[in-house]
Ligand binder design. Sequence first.
Ligand code: NDP
Length: 282
Amino acid sequence: KLILAGVGVAFLAVRWSAPSFDAESLRGARVLVTGASTGIGEQIAYHYARFGAQVVITARRANVLQQVAEKCLSLGAQKALYIAADMADESDPDRVISFAVDQLGGLDYLVLNHIGPSPFSMWEGDVDHTKWLMKVNFFSYVEMTWKALLSLEQSKGSLVIVSSLLGKMPSPFVAPYSSTKFALNGFFGSLQHELAMKKSNVSISICTLGLIDTESAMEKVRSVTDVPAYPATEAALNIIIAGATKQQEVFYPWFTYTASLTKDWFPSVTNYVIRNTYKYMP
Ligand code: NDP
């Protein structure tokens, strides 16, 4: 009971210490959202649009991006532009940042959210896929950050990294994906310290998400787990608020915070729970 009370108090302390969100601050904000053709990224774009921001969205499929951009305009975006790009490509991460900075005249928010498709299965030695996924889910984030840093510094801007509980807690069937999210947490956690020590204007918000009801996630896990999935639109709003209020770390849904806090207290219990979350017959 004492442990639970302690966790509860820690959680409430984090919630209460969160600065308040002023939606008006996003009117006219210059925003780039990656992975915005579907899922959480698409919902992030729509929220920014409702707040009257100027958005650039990117992903690989131009025809889908065009529809999302049109919907952004109808929801109230001051500007909605798109650029098709493949984050596994050598030059596309830089090209996308240049496009957004040129078109918007600078950048206030860079929301890095895209992920490449990855199987939900036991790892059977596919090294090439693991390398490719590292490129899409991790190295492109690093490249885009470096390219955007000067613009963000000039605008006192925010960098928002969409990560996962699987970047803090390994789980079966997602070894390549989980390793890309651990890499993100390590890299951007380190960069948070460095920017603070340099008294940089740029904030970094790392967002830890649990299972969210996007089509791509649901089609993987629907038949193997009963873990509840949370709405993408609410996850997206939490991500935007994290950037706007310059929070270092946010957790959605709330229990991902409790899980990351308590996972090492009783490792054998944690491992038992994780392994029994999935229906698996060898
Ligand atoms: P989706 O699979 O729905 O969307 C992924 C996006 O990335 C799409 O817009 C896709 O568009 C784009 N994309 C895929 N490959 C590439 C590529 N090579 N280059 C550029 N863009 C690419 O993902 P979710 O919305 O479910 O997840 C969004 C974020 O939330 C991710 O960072 C994920 O790790 C995180 N998250 C999600 C959870 C969930 O349960 N859904 C749980 C925890 C974290 P296109 O195909 O057009 O390129």
